[in-house]
Design a protein around this ligand. Structure first.
Ligand SMILES: Cc1cc2nc3c(=O)[nH]c(=O)nc-3n(C[C@H](O)[C@H](O)[C@H](O)COP(=O)(O)OP(=O)(O)OC[C@H]3O[C@@H](n4cnc5c(N)ncnc54)[C@H](O)[C@@H]3O)c2cc1C
Length: 417
């Protein structure tokens, strides 16, 4: 079923009784060419590109819960490609370009809105760092503008420009950055994959791996029985360490909770995405009017999808420092998701030392914006056994060889990212 203005009108005239489910809720079969573990954005996008780009349609996506129940439906929806290091820049720009054509490609409204992402700076040193990052972006053909204080004031006059400790001195703006509706991205990829024959299997938890005599992975054990597979891809985000442990692997990843917050609906006030440069706070406004914001991860390891109160206070303090008017808004709801924090803050898309098992993990705070490129590159790896050019730096062995991609220069302290 294609979505269009005509189909909307026709269905409206018939009382909306003829819409068909967007994707098939399949039962697991005995075996597939490829099994992708995890029906988040990355797993579903991988299945979609396996089918649409590589013609591999004998694929299952297995999720222990429901699709969209993980981080893909819990994030603050920010998309951008304002990265500065060579390992990251082309990859995130590929993702941005895929976002720009995604809704037409999927025939699905993911509410991609390029309303701009503005990173504020509060000191000369930070301004220098942003100038460097902006220059690196422009050298890669990515849009970046360094704004002075007056230009920022014209965009967002409500900010606290004269804060005693953190006066705003300017900002780095990527106009093509913005937001996308997070759960619609999961549904859109699920629909595209399912249309091409992929089985999307919910409530199917992977509990172990099937191995042959050589130790190679040849399928998965699940709570709905064994499923054989030519290749198995892991895209389980915050559960990466636990699922990898089922195959005897120990990953350079810690799981931490990240919380998000939404205020009551307000009239339009925040023009795009704004990030505080002197603390961890980022904010945008949804089309319904709610202020959508977040901050730092909770400082201890956890597999619970809920956070603690000290971080709630910390995030709200960041908001108050940046835009004191936020103190008048009432908080409507908050929630948490489990982040797969890698030790250099950058992801892994690679084969593992176990034959037949492939890894997509380590997305930290930033995996939503990466969803299209991650799916595209993981599909490439699964289909060809070679890394996609733009993801060549995301090797698992970089933590052994020291070829880290430490975008923020904060080393092995994921709680500081
Ligand atoms: C509060 C919050 C705010 C964020 N904000 C942003 C942002 O603004 N911009 C941005 O770019 N990123 C953001 N992120 C990060 C981003 O959401 C994640 O990096 C990304 O969604 C992770 O990939 P995913 O969508 O595939 O993960 P998920 O949606 O978590 O998918 C993983 C799936 O694996 C399944 N699974 C786990 N174990 C098993 C098993 N044993 N068997 C079967 N299935 C299993 C889970 O049920 C889950 O559905 C944020 C995250 C959070 C929590």
């Amino acid at each position: 079923m294609r979505y269009s203005a005509l189909s909307l009108m026709t269905n409206a005239l018939t009382g909306h009784r003829r819409w068909r489910p967007a994707w098939r809720d399949a039962a697991p079969r005995d075996g597939y060419d490829v099994v992708v573990i995890g029906g988040g954005g990355h797993g579903l996008a991988t299945a979609y590109y396996l089918a649409s780009v590589y013609g591999i349609t004998n694929v299952a996506v297995l999720d222990k819960g429901w699709i969209g129940g993980g981080n893909v439906g819990r994030n603050t929806t920010i998309i951008r490609s304002n990265y500065g290091l060579p390992g990251n820049t082309p990859f995130y720009e590929l993702s941005m370009q895929l976002w720009e054509g995604l809704e037409q490609e999927l025939n699905y409204n993911a509410m991609v809105s390029q309303r701009g992402v503005l990173n504020l700076c509060h000191s000369d040193a930070q301004r220098d760092a942003y100038a460097r990052r902006g220059n690196a972006m422009r050298l890669h053909g990515i849009d970046a503008e360094l704004l002075d204080r007056d230009a920022v004031r014209r965009m967002a006059p409500f900010l606290n420009f004269d804060h005693a400790r953190f006066p705003i001195t300017g900002g780095l703006l990527q106009r093509r950055g913005g937001t996308a509706r997070h759960d619609a991205v999961a549904w859109g990829y699920a629909r595209g994959a399912s249309d091409r024959g992929v089985d999307i299997v919910q409530k199917c938890e992977v509990t172990g791996f099937l191995r042959d005599a050589s130790g190679a992975v040849v399928g998965v054990e699940t709570n709905r029985g064994p499923v054989r597979a030519g290749k198995v891809g892991m895209a389980v985000a915050g559960m990466s360490s636990r699922v990898a442990a089922l195959a005897g692997l120990r990953l350079p990843i810690e799981s931490h909770v990240l919380q998000a917050f939404v205020s009551e609906g307000l009239k339009p006030v925040i023009p795009g995405v704004i990030t505080f440069g002197a603390g961890h706070f980022y904010i945008s406004q949804s089309d319904k009017g709610g202020l959508v914001f977040g901050g730092d991860i909770d400082g201890y390891n956890s597999y619970a999808q809920r956070g603690n109160l000290p971080v709630v206070e910390d995030v709200c303090e960041g908001g108050m420092a940046l835009m004191p008017m936020i103190g008048r808004a009432r908080l409507l709801r908050s929630w948490g998701g489990i982040m797969d924090m890698s030790m250099d803050g950058s992801p892994i898309i690679d084969r593992t030392p176990v034959a037949g098992l492939y890894l997509n993990a380590g997305w930290c705070y930033g995996g939503f914006k990466a969803t299209p490129a991650s799916g595209r590159c993981f599909a490439h790896l699964l289909a060809t056994d070679r890394s996609h050019d733009t993801a060549a730096a995301y090797r698992l062995d970089r933590f052994r060889t020291g070829h880290l991609i430490d975008e923020k220069g904060q080393g092995a302290q994921p709680n500081l990212h």
